[in-house]
Design a protein around this ligand. Structure first.
Ligand code: SF4
Ligand code: SF4
Length: 374
């Protein structure tokens, strides 16, 4: 398996799943195949590009006086409402700073496939062993299938970007612990994914970060384009309908260096077991380079996410797109919010438009014509 093989397969599945309601029940969706639950916006790091910094004090305060994060009991309730066929992705902030998160993940992994996004600083030693023990036995059984860990550079760069002098060492320790327990227990799952958001601070180190990924025996290296989408649920600053406006351009990075770093990664990965992935999932390396130079080609993309996915913010808002909140899970059940009037209107609008100016850079963009794996 190499670049985009899994992404290609996943695109085929979600396109097929979304097609039925798209064509037969305009505006409606089937139960979600993927549920993202943001368990907290607190984090023990302080990355300079973090979209949650305004929402979190990297400590314990809610983002605003009248918005409070879901309790761990409310998170369990959400998990219980998820269809057993849905992959539940836990994200944050940093999920492991949420009290009770390990038990939540354990309970979810007994009935669903699960996935976590973490900065990796709190998963060393016994926590890594318990994550491996939660691993799915195969693709058909429940359990933890993927641990996504962010690494923003080599030691100095990563520590500077994250604002913590110990961050790199802790994340590398977490990666090694996971690889160690996977090997000693002879487990394929959870897969380990190392994720790096490209910026002017780390562009010269991308190939070196990729080498770190190989040394840490990760399964997937994910090269991520920085997203500039506003986050309606988190900041409350995004006016309804702003998906009609393009997001601001991302800060450019040196094009020759970016191109050279990506080329070296691609050449090496072609001879290696490691799988390359990109975010947005529909971007190839050429499109990532375009993204950093504000060359937008939206016409080549589509989005099916509102027909197969759903996100729940740490405040309980249910989103079928980063721009579109349909209600709050404290007031209504998930299945009610999934197909209420607001959700149906948004899907019909997207179906007609195919893509919005505000979609550029969104993780959920897929090519209009799925690209065959290389
Ligand atoms: S690790 Fe993630 S949530 Fe934490 S500060 Fe960095 S970008 Fe934000
Ligand atoms: S691609 Fe556009 S419509 Fe789809 S989830 Fe992202 S912002 Fe929403």
């Amino acid at each position: 398996m190499n670049m985009m093989n899994y992404s290609f397969l996943y695109q085929q599945i979600v396109n097929g799943y979304s097609s039925l309601p798209l064509h037969l029940l305009p505006g409606y969706s089937l139960p979600p195949l993927q549920l993202f639950l943001e368990v907290t916006y607190n984090c023990n790091l302080s990355c300079d590009f973090c979209q949650f910094l305004q929402s979190s004090d990297s400590g314990s305060m809610p983002a605003s006086a009248n918005r409070f994060e879901l309790s761990i009991g409310e998170c369990h309730n959400i998990v219980e409402q998820a269809p057993p066929t849905a992959v539940i992705s836990f994200t944050g902030g940093e999920p492991f700073v949420k009290a009770g998160f390990a038990d939540l993940l354990g309970a979810a992994s007994e009935r669903n496939k699960t996935h976590i996004f973490t900065n990796g600083t709190r998963i060393g030693g016994k926590t890594a062993e318990s994550l491996v023990d939660l691993g799915s036995r195969n693709l058909l059984t429940p359990g933890l299938i993927l641990v996504g860990i962010s690494l923003e550079g080599l030691a100095d760069t990563h520590n500077r970007i994250t604002g913590r002098p110990w961050a790199y060492a802790k994340t590398i320790e977490g990666l090694h612990s996971l690889a160690h327990y996977k090997a000693s227990k002879n487990r394929k799952y959870p897969l380990i994914e190392l994720k790096t958001v490209i910026s002017e601070n780390n562009v010269r180190e991308l190939y070196a970060i990729y080498q770190v990924a190989k040394q840490c025996r990760v399964d997937i290296f994910n090269v991520m384009a920085m997203s500039m989408l506003p986050q309606a649920s988190r900041t409350g600053r995004c006016a309804a309908g702003s998906y009609l406006e393009p997001p601001p351009p991302v800060k450019p990075v040196a094009p020759v260096i970016l191109e050279e770093q990506l080329r070296r990664i691609q050449e090496d990965a072609a001879r290696s077991e490691i799988q390359l992935r990109t975010t947005p999932q529909g971007f190839d390396f050429r499109e990532i380079i375009n993204h950093y130079h504000d060359k937008r080609r939206l016409a080549g993309y589509r989005c099916y996410y509102p027909w197969y996915g759903v996100g729940i913010s740490a405040y309980g808002d249910l989103l079928i797109c980063p721009y579109t909140v349909t209600g709050n899970v404290r007031e209504h059940r998930i299945k009610t919010l999934l197909n209420n009037r607001r959700a149906r209107i948004f899907r019909k609008h997207l179906q007609a438009a195919r893509i919005f100016p505000g979609c550029w850079g969104c993780c959920m963009l897929v090519p209009r014509k799925p690209r065959l794996p290389r």
